[in-house]
Design a protein. Sequence first.
Length: 339
Amino acid sequence: MQTDHLSYGSDQSGLICGYVFARDQAGQAIHTKEALQWLQNRQERNDDSFIWLHFNLSNVAAEKWLHEHADLPEEFYETLHEGSRSTRIEHADQCLIAVVNDVLHDFTFEASDIATLWLSVTSNIMISARRTPLQAVDRLRNAVNHAEVFHSPTELLTHLLRDQADVLLGIVRKAIKKVDDIEDHLLADRLNHKRANLGELRRVLVRLQRLLAPEPAALFRLLHSPPAWVATSDVQELRQSTEEFAVVLSDMASLQERIKLLQEEIAASVNEQNNRSLFVLTIVTVLALPINIIAGLLGMNVGGIPLAQHEYGFWIVAAIVATFTVIAGWLAFRKNPRD
């Protein structure tokens, strides 16, 4: 058995990718040995370089490597194993601990397609870790690979939050397209299985909003008292990304209200169809009532059945039944004067 099959998309230490950033230069990809050497010599460095390491927690070696070499605060490991996955950013020991919820790389509007990314950010180190491939962090990797220049780990974090907002905006646009399609089917009276689709879509949006809504409040609290090593420009960028995120969450809330109105409209349409079917059934019962009564009376095996020996007895009974049926139909279909 080859060890590559057990790497989960990472090397033996659990590292998916690593980059070192020099002053005003694009990030350079590094391997685990180079990252370890950089971490060991970081106290001796006087330059403005910083590093980003991205780990896969599905590889059991990743957390062990972080314990041995990364010197992360204990709060970071607590967030890895706690049950709460609400999005937040906390300040602990001159370090920013971020829990960011994101959608999987192959998101298909399923409630289970949402996973968590954990980050630790200091003045010269950003460490991120996840268990499944996520869209926002992959977009950040692509930006680094395309030689985009970053000046601090906080700028990396800001870019990640903006990428997450862009991913959510794309989800909202796809959801709007789905809702438009369902609405068109409803107006064309061709609605079939779309009602279930609306319910599933609304549950996914509610879950996304529930997991992501705490993030703006947490960021605003952080912006009021940022760590000393966070530059003023980075604080301003964080504030702008928070505002963009708030707009996306507002769009999601508006879309949920639209879905709710569509569900109410569909429910009203279904009730109207049921009432129409019940009305038709009632009319059929009323029209058949004279026939059933007269047929029951004439079918009794007793003496004295009228017209039993009459030459035109059948046609007379048929005329009586037709007359009563016409009268019953007129009574059933006549309009109420009060309507």
